[in-house]
Design a protein. Structure first.
Length: 86
């Protein structure tokens, strides 16, 4: 029961972040929405892994989060450098 409520709340916030990703007025808003979406997907996967007992998935989720962090840093550096060139 509690996992259903948790999943529903995460999905609602995920939908709101997808809307922010599409409608974000600046590139920085889109980068933050992308990072938030990736974190929420990881959180949904973590809840699923715990409820079903697939504890091996936790390692995969951690790797996904690290790759997400690197992606956000790379995109941020790219946006920062392109802003300096303008």
């Amino acid at each position: 029961m509690i996992y259903t409520i948790l999943n529903t709340l995460i999905l609602v916030s995920l939908i709101l972040m997808i809307i922010k990703l599409i409608l974000g007025p600046t590139a920085w808003d889109r980068v933050l929405a992308f990072a938030s979406i990736s974190s929420k997907i990881s959180l949904l996967s973590l809840v699923y892994a715990i409820t079903k007992g697939f504890y091996v998935m936790i390692d995969i989720i951690i790797i996904f989060l690290v790759l997400n962090l690197w992606g956000v840093v790379i995109i941020s550096r790219f946006l920062e450098r392109s802003k300096k060139n303008d």
